[in-house]
Structure formats: C-alpha cells, structure tokens
Design a protein around this ligand. Sequence first.
Ligand code: GDP
Length: 359
Amino acid sequence: KLTIGIVGLPNVGKSTLFNALTRSDILAANYPFATIEPNTGVVGVPDPRLPKLAEVYSSQRILPATVTFVDIAGLVRGASEGLGKGNQFLAHIREANAICQVVRVFADGNVTHVDGRVSPADDIETINTELILADIQTIDKALPRLEKEARVKGNDKDLQSRLAAIKAAREILNEGRTVFNAGLDLEPLRELHLLTAKPFLYVFNVDESQLGDETLLASLRELVAPADAVFLDAKIESELIELDEEEALELLQSTGQAEPGLDQLARIGFHTLGLQTYLTAGPKETRAWTIRQGATAPEAAGEIHTDFQRGFIKAEVVSFDDLIDAGSMVEARSRGKVRMEGKEYVMRDGDVVEFRFNV
Ligand code: GDP
C-alpha cells in the first residue's frame, strides 16, 4: 500500500488537517473490515466518472480509489541530528512513498510560529535542509562501503554506475537541492531510500481571505514548482466535514472554492504517488481500482485477485467516454468500441474493464 507522509513544522495546522482527513470516513463506510492505524488517514479520491458509470449499470454502491496519508510528527530544526524525536521521525518518513509538506501561510497572532514569523519560503527551506542533511548522512555512510567493494571487484560496471549516481546525488545535496527533481536517474539510488528522492507535494495552509488572492497563490506555486501545490484553509476543512452536503456546499461557495481542499489533496496526492485507476462496473458495484501508471492488463487483474492475474486470458476494454456515449455495454460492443486486449496491454486511465481468466 503506497502512503503519503505528512510533515511540517509545529503549529502549521498538521493536526487540524489530519483530523479532517481521518474523519472523512471513507473506510468506515465502504471497507468495514479494514483496520486503520491511529496515525493513518484514508480518503476517497473523488471521481465524477463513478456516479455516471453506476447509473449505466444501476450499481448498488460506488467504491472510489483511496489515498493513505500518514501523520509523521516530530520534524523540528535539528531533526537530522536526532533533536526532538529526530531518529524516529526519519525512520517513519523513510517508509512513506511520497512526502506532503504542510506549510503555514495563515496569519494568526494567537498561534505562535516556532521561528517567530510566518514565512513559507523559510519554513520550506528549514524542512528541506533537515531532509537534505539526513540524505547526506545516508550517503556518507554508504559511500566508503561501496567504494571498497568497487576496489575489490575491479571493473564491475553495475557497481561503477551506482557509485557514479550516488556521487552525483551527493553533489546535488551539497548544493542544497533535493534529489527528486534534479534530473538524475533514480533507479541506481533506490537502495539508499533517500528522503529527498521521494516525490514531494505541498499543502499551503492559508486564511480564508487568502484563498482568492491569485497573486499570493501564484507566488507560492512558483516557490515549489515543479512539485504540486494544494491551497486550503485547514480550519474550514475541519468545519466542512462536520456539515451535511447542502450546508457544506454553502460554506464552500462563500469561500469561493469549487470543491473541498481535501478532495483536491486526495486527487493530487494520488497523482504524486504515480497511480492511476481503471474501472469495473456491474449491478452490485461500480469501483475504481488502483494501479501504478504503466501497469499491464494482467497486473491490473491481479489487483482484483491474484487468480485473475495468474489465469489471465484477456481483458475486454472500453474507454469510459465511449461507454457513456454508447449508453450501454451492448451498444458500445455493436459500435465496435469494445476491444479485446492481451497480456502486453498497458492500461489507460479510465478504462472500463472485464477480465477473462482461467481458474
Ligand atoms: P500542528 O502543530 O502543525 O499539528 O498544528 P495544529 O493543527 O495543532 O494547529 C496549531 C494551531 O493553529 C491550532 O490552534 C489551530 O486551531 C490553528 N490553525 C490550524 N490551521 C489554521 C488555519 O488555517 N487558520 C488559522 N487561523 N488557524 C489555524
């Protein structure tokens, strides 16, 4: 299960956001037998295609894809040197597949800032510095061992190229940059589990009044590009989940937002993790299944059941748009829009699929 670790300095609104995330209750409603750790929040990925598909099939229920967030407390200046809960913090963050930084933008005289002033750029630098220092330590521990191995083995090509990649990463980190977007081949670095080689995404916790300030939002977006940015007011998000649908819509409209920030966060987080969905539908349920981008048809089948992957024969595939245009599977078939795909087929987002397999 891929997870996104939520980090940020103290008092930026992490708990407020995380509580809103965990209370959105997607699991309790749809996956009653799943166990959730207390520091884990599972949210549904909103997908307007699902209700449309459910209508075509008169499905009894809808199961969206989900994203799992893990609250990783304890990031303070000096965490890489073991300050605060430094070591524990680093161990937890290493397990996450992507990192979501919560950054305070809201001004509130009653909420102290650890550094005495609200400055998103400085906060991001503080956090990144800790992650960069931790990665430098990791590399400096690994390098002597690898260099020795390289000397012993002589002309081992694979080892040489791994060494070169690690040294290149060390250079990047030395310049105070993170590894993920530095243009390096990440594959040879994988064994090191570097923190800054994970994809990042940023949540800017803004005031309600700042939500409409396009100049401010654009400058923050630029600050973290090419990483994705989500803008939300954590306080409003925690209020939204308390309301029924109609009241929530009213509150949203009053803030000028088209959808809750949590919905945006789920969608963007899903993308940051490199995931996509395909869809299945029937009278019982319409469901979005999670696969990595680039997954083949048998791998997608394996997401439903390992037997489906093992006994895979072919996949009957129609794109969501073609199916909705046709209005039914029968009509889509007669229009020649339904394809038979084999083992090599690479799944596309929004494929509606039925698998054929041997048991
Ligand atoms: P954490 O230490 O990062 O987990 O921060 P908390 O979620 O505990 O928030 C710290 C304080 O800031 C609490 O008093 C929150 O009510 C307040 N807070 C959180 N988000 C917002 C926000 O968007 N606007 C304002 N004004 N206050 C917020």
